[in-house]
Design a protein around this ligand. Structure first.
Ligand code: NAD
Length: 385
């Protein structure tokens, strides 16, 4: 089986799906690896290192012509979809629930689409394949570094001959994978960290990393399915915002990471709350996208400085800002995933397997994954805002 690694073309995407370290296991399992020329450039991995690890460097055309499986980070663009052939397999973060139409196109071309963002999160044997976790971890780390760089003061307590610097007060909203890494990173930099999540099980996790957990009187536990949060009712949301405002005003830095699968991210930091913050404070909205974010005033990939001198950052692809580290984790996850599918040197798609059933989105000309199929039904398309 030939695995082809493409060069990512999405704007600002610098990650690559496989790194040289990952090739040994795949080649050992009977696969051949093809690398599109320059695929590792963004992550500072020259073609030479892939060749030394046993891969063959090829042109874009040769890759699409000869690979059985095309692996990537971002979903394919129009040109890639054009290049994909019948019976070819494409694996990456395809976001089928955000772009079901793309899945429909791939099914139309009889391409097998397998999406890494659909890996079951709570299945322990899938943990090593969990790309969402590894990339959220990178994101949480980078968000804190970004906040620290934008904040005009120290994070740690410093006592010097020139006086004493107070430690920064940092609030992390949403304590999933990114939030936990953000707590750990802010603590390592010496900040005083508070954290909040609607899932009460996160209290212990936040405290174990040295954060103080904020308990809101107005919102009961809102744990949903699969370890995720459920969406709050409008009344719960209003009460939550009101109570959170009191906490936000005392903070120097706020980092928001809250998501609810398949929904618009909850609004946690209102324009009013920002007005109550001190000049020089910094907010990083990790949930920002075209769908909206956790912060009312954030704009995806822009820096907003309010009239009251609060800086609001809304990076939409933090893992790509640390491309070598993020690609290394991504490649590790992808290798574990590929090895799970590889049987006797070929890709074995067994619909009875739980990981396969969750991640294979299109097969034999059909959209086979239930959640994506539902979105493509005419009623769902009409109901979508
Ligand atoms: P996510 O990105 O979906 O959301 C981030 C956090 O935001 C979550 O903790 C969520 O509870 C919180 N949130 C949602 N709405 C909120 C609101 N209104 N106010 C405050 N916080 C809100 O989450 P994630 O990082 O992808 O993690 C999701 C779950 O998956 C977690 O339970 C995590 O522990 C679990 N997980 C399990 C495994 C495993 O067992 N193998 C691996 C990875 C993740």
């Amino acid at each position: 089986m030939k695995i082809g690694v493409v060069k990512e073309r999405a704007p600002a995407e610098r990650r690559v799906a496989l790194v040289p370290d990952a090739l040994k296991q795949l080649i050992g399992a009977g696969a051949e690896v093809l690398i599109e020329k320059g695929a590792g450039e963004g992550a500072a991995i020259p073609d030479r290192l892939y060749e030394e690890a046993g891969a063959k460097v090829v042109s874009t055309d040769d890759l699409y012509r000869t690979a059985d499986v095309v692996v990537r980070v971002q979903k394919p663009d129009g040109r890639d979809v054009e290049a994909l052939r019948e019976d070819q397999v494409v694996i990456g973060l395809l976001q089928p629930l955000i772009d079901p139409q793309l899945m429909s196109k791939l099914a139309g071309k009889k391409v097998t689409a397998i999406s890494l963002d659909a890996i079951p999160r709570t299945l322990s044997r899938a943990q090593s394949m969990d790309v969402l976790s590894s990339q959220a971890n990178v994101g949480g780390y980078r968000a804190v570094l970004m906040a620290a760089a934008a904040y005009g003061r120290y994070f740690p307590l410093l006592t010097t001959a020139a006086g004493t610097a107070r430690p920064a007060n940092v609030l992390i909203l949403g304590i999933g994978v990114a939030g936990l890494q953000a707590i750990a990173t802010a603590r390592r930099l010496g900040a005083i960290v508070k954290a909040y999540d609607v899932r009460s099980e996160t209290k212990e996790q936040a405290e174990s990393l040295g954060a103080q957990f904020i308990v809101l009187k107005s919102v009961a536990d809102a744990a949903g399915e699969g370890g995720y949060a459920r969406q709050l009712t409008p009344e719960e949301q209003a009460a939550q915002q009101q109570e959170l405002n009191g906490h936000i005003s005392g903070m120097d830095v706020v980092i928001t990471t809250a998501q609810v699968p398949g929904r618009r991210p909850p609004l946690l930091v209102t324009a009013d709350a920002v007005k109550g913050m001190k000049p020089g404070s910094v907010i990083v909205d990790m949930a920002a996208s075209a769908l909206g974010g956790n912060v009312e005033l954030s704009k995806p990939d822009e820096t907003v400085v309010t009239d009251s001198d609060v800086t609001i950052l809304a990076p939409t692809n933090l893992p790509a800002t640390m491309p070598a580290g993020a690609s290394q984790f991504y490649a590790r996850n992808l290798t574990a995933f590929l090895l799970h599918f590889l049987k006797d040197g070929a890709l074995n798609v067994d619909p009875e397997d739980e990981i396969t059933a969750a991640t294979v989105i299109t097969r034999a000309g059909e959209v086979v994954q239930e959640a994506t199929r539902k979105l493509l039904q005419p009623a769902a398309t009409e109901a979508k805002p």
